[in-house]
Write a protein that binds this ligand. Structure first.
Ligand code: MG
Length: 170
């Protein structure tokens, strides 16, 4: 392996949360994504606060180093994580990455959500992730896409997120 290749790692994180009417009508929680509160009649069904973007970032960081994933570190059967602020997961992943001698250098995030539109709030999501990870804003990207009305995501019944993250040897 070349010196260059051994100093880079890539991670992919994926998450999906079902969206339901907000409690008490349904089991949806207030819709928080990338630390930003979205105005919507539906919200994620989740044990934690249901922030699918923070969950996918967490798994991208951990996955890059083949570390235990978010479900292994924070099992949804553990009542301590009920209604947990998902930034806790992200910061724990960052701590483990740094302790292993690595640092995130850039992230590219794709949110697939039929409604509401991500465009007006994606800067706030980028700022939140950059702040938590201690990165410059131009190293964190967030894109919003719809699912073109196709299948359950396209019918607005779920939010889906993909994240890729590059780590470098610190
Ligand atoms: Mg999740």
């Amino acid at each position: 392996m070349t010196e260059h290749a051994s100093s880079l790692r890539i991670g992919h994180g994926y998450d999906l949360h079902r969206l339901e009417p907000l409690a008490p009508e349904g089991r949806g929680r207030p819709f928080i994504l990338g630390g930003v509160r979205l105005e919507h009649s539906l919200g994620p069904v989740s044990h934690s606060d249901g922030d699918a973007l923070y969950h996918a970032v967490t798994d991208a960081l951990l996955g890059a180093l083949a570390m235990p994933d978010i479900g292994q570190l924070f099992p949804n059967t553990d009542p301590r994580h009920d209604n947990e602020d998902s930034s806790v997961y992200l910061l724990e992943a960052l701590k483990r990455v740094r302790e292993a001698g690595w640092t995130p250098t850039n992230l590219d995030c794709t949110i697939i959500l039929e409604t509401p539109k991500v465009g007006p709030v994606k800067l706030g999501m980028r700022q939140n992730i950059a702040r938590l990870l201690g990165m410059d804003l131009d190293r964190v990207n967030v894109k919003g896409k719809t699912h073109e009305g196709v299948d359950a995501v396209g019918q607005g019944l779920a939010v889906e997120v993909h994240v890729v993250c590059l780590l470098v040897k610190a």
